[in-house]
Design a protein around this ligand. Structure first.
Ligand code: KMH
Ligand code: ZN
Length: 273
């Protein structure tokens, strides 16, 4: 089986130090969490950034400061900025990190409830606009799908030429408003993508390790980190994102999957560098 790409989603936009004091906010905290995750086996950092007080921001300057600080410690790592940002941000606010020409960025392919009163809005025109901005800069989209209909949207936009094949998906499972993280649903998502596509899977909260374990078994890739889950095991907070990456590495090794380096991940994902 192909080597396993581990993505660490170290920070997110919604999780705070109240959930886990190790959630990074400052440039230094973000760079250190990225390095620890990289040393534990992550080849991709899914990056959100914060102001020093924890407020989520999509500021290009803040992304640049964090990316420079991460590259200073992990020169070969793949950084995948979020264009999802936080619920309620405008499209132009969210798109700012693409001006830095990262190798990858997320492309969220539909609208869904996001717990409580929150709605994560991605209209068809928004998705097309984001895809065009990434396409013209040679940025590989990681197609984030929170439900099966979002896969269908991506396939349609790929057929229309807005998204290039082969596509790379991230199945985000277990959001309150999206698809659950039950094994049946992960199998359904995997069976719904084109044959030439690759995928990563992640599960929110208690779904994190069941989802990545099944993805590893099915030949998919794995995303773990504080954005999705702050616990190493039931009731035990992780000290660092690296604890979650290290657990994923242990599971993968037991199941016979070797871990991809960033260069190997670039080859698997067809990145430009
Ligand atoms: N923070 C969520 C509302 C992405 O990174 O592209 C959206 C999100 C998706 O995290
Ligand atoms: Zn994200």
């Amino acid at each position: 089986m192909e080597k396993l790409i581990i993505t660490a989603c170290i920070c997110g936009a919604e999780v705070t130090k109240k959930h886990n004091p190790s959630v990074p906010y400052t440039v230094e905290e973000i760079a250190n969490e990225a390095r620890r995750s990289y040393e534990a086996g992550a080849s991709v950092i899914h990056l959100h950034v914060r102001e020093d007080d924890g407020t989520p921001t999509q500021s290009a300057a803040r992304f640049k400061a964090c990316m420079d600080a991460i590259y200073a410690q992990c020169p070969d790592i793949i950084i995948q900025p979020s264009t999802g940002g936080a619920v309620g941000m405008s499209n132009e606010e969210r798109l700012q990190p693409v001006t830095l020409n990262p190798e990858m960025a997320t492309l969220d392919c539909g609208t869904c409830n996001f717990g409580g009163d929150d709605i994560f809005v991605n209209t068809e025109n928004t998705i097309i606009h984001f895809a065009e901005q990434m396409g013209k800069r040679g940025i590989k989209p990681e197609i984030e799908v929170f439900d099966k209909g979002m896969i269908d949207m991506a396939i349609r936009l790929c057929k229309k030429g807005y998204i290039k094949a082969p596509m790379h998906f991230n199945f985000v499972m277990g959001v309150n408003g999206g698809i659950s993280g039950e094994p049946r649903d992960l199998v359904f998502m995997r069976e719904s993508i084109p044959g030439d596509a690759t995928f990563t899977a992640c599960g929110v909260g208690r779904y994190e390790f069941p989802v990545v374990t099944l993805s590893i078994l099915m030949g998919g890739h794995a995303r773990v980190g504080f954005e999705d889950n702050v616990f190493l095991s039931k009731g035990v907070l992780a000290n660092s994102n690296a604890d979650l990456v290290a657990k994923t590495v242990r599971i993968a090794r037991e199941l016979g999957r070797e871990i991809a380096s960033p260069e190997e991940a670039r080859t698997i994902l067809g990145l430009k560098k």
